[in-house]
Design a protein. Structure first.
Lengths: 213, 213
DNA sequence: TTGTTGTTCAAACGTTCGTTTAATTTTATG
DNA sequence: CATAAAATTAAACGAACGTTTGAACAACAA
């Protein structure tokens, strides 16, 4: 018994982990409670016991992921440093976070457009805070240059979608070309994103400086 | 009777349109056959009569959308012209297509990561062709410059995700800030994308020419 | 011990699901 | 008109859904 209790963690945590895996692979509505309970090796009732309902479980997954994403945005986009370095360290942190929590990312993106009133307020709350940060740290400081002002409600989705593309399309691309996920390392992927984004959103007046890649 | 029969189109088409709307708003699995039939003003059995099954209906929606997207990629990315103009006209066409078929786009993206074996082969077939086009028309001609070669299995998802972000996040952003969808016109949105992408993926050696925006 | 609190369990709740059947109505063709 | 084909209908199928119940079990304090 050198480990604490690695072989049998909390039932609640086991449910959470299994749910994240199943929801990402099969979809939330397509995953049944009995299937989830069986895979997590718990009794059927335990899900409702710990999370109240199936949607309560989904809400916890979304909140866990989005709060982590928002914390990264808050920490990395703000503070000292010019736009380039702040954006770069944000992308590095966010992409690493997406990779570590890729199943939660897939669930979040997949459930994004659905208008379940019980869920949509949660998403809107997180999205609103994200837009606020992007607006304060990225849009406003560079709104001086005319013709380059991208609204935060447009830029925030762009950034998130671009960073998430690798993981959203990952399973499908693996089906298309086996091993394609490992053809580009995560480190190189972030470098690509930084290169694309920095030289783009900083304007056409960029005279080839900032050779970040 | 000036119109052909605008008030009552084919039942099959009515089912298709209603399904696209409901699947996009509520999700595929969350939408019931009875709800769909009621909203389409059609008997419950008609869905299976015309489409075989609920999944057959989804497959038709996905195939319709993806074939149109692939046709645009084929037509706009290939042909004469330098990379800049070809990429620009592709983005213009694709974004307009996404806007016209935004519900189908939402359905396609939302169902992307799910591994239903009956659906995944369809998606993989389309994705494989898309990757092939991107590789032939974008990656290979510019693979000469070292350090800038982004694999097509990485670039194609990037392009698609970036163009789709406006529509994927649209409903949520409207919840965050009413009217945000109309804050940026589709034309300006495409110009933003062109500006970001062109100056990014064409490399850091770009000396500020090509002021497309 | 007794009582309490937090888990786990088997069983069943009523509902809704996607699908099928068989009869009927409509449409088109000879 | 007659007849075959296509479209539409009401009703029911068995299966699976999310949820609830009430009892049993574990750990621990009084």
């Amino acid at each position: 018994m050198s480990d604490k209790k690695q072989q049998k963690p909390n039932s609640k945590e086991r449910i959470l982990r299994t749910a994240i895996s199943l929801f990402a692979r099969k979809g939330f509505a397509e995953t049944g409670m009995r299937e989830l309970a069986a895979e997590a090796e718990v009794n059927l009732s335990m899900v409702n016991y710990f999370f109240g309902s199936k949607k309560g479980l989904l809400k916890e997954i979304l909140d866990d992921f989005l709060s982590g994403y928002l914390a990264i945005a808050r920490e990395k986009l703000a503070g000292t440093g010019d736009l380039h370095s702040r954006l770069e360290r944000f992308i590095v942190s966010a992409v690493n976070y997406f990779e570590a929590e890729r199943d939660s990312l897939i669930i979040t993106i997949s459930e994004l457009p659905h208008d379940d009133p019980e869920i949509v307020e949660h998403k809107a709350s997180w999205a609103g805070q994200m837009v606020e940060i992007v607006n304060r740290e990225l849009c406003l400081p560079h709104g001086e240059k005319p013709g380059q002002n991208i609204p935060a409600t447009c830029l925030a989705p762009m950034l998130t979608s671009l960073m998430a593309s690798r993981f959203l399309f990952g399973p499908l691309m693996e089906e298309v070309k086996a091993g394609s996920s490992r053809a580009v390392s995560t480190e190189n992927y972030t470098k690509m994103l930084v290169g694309i984004l920095l030289q783009g959103i900083t304007g056409a007046d960029n005279k080839g400086g900032e050779r970040k890649i």
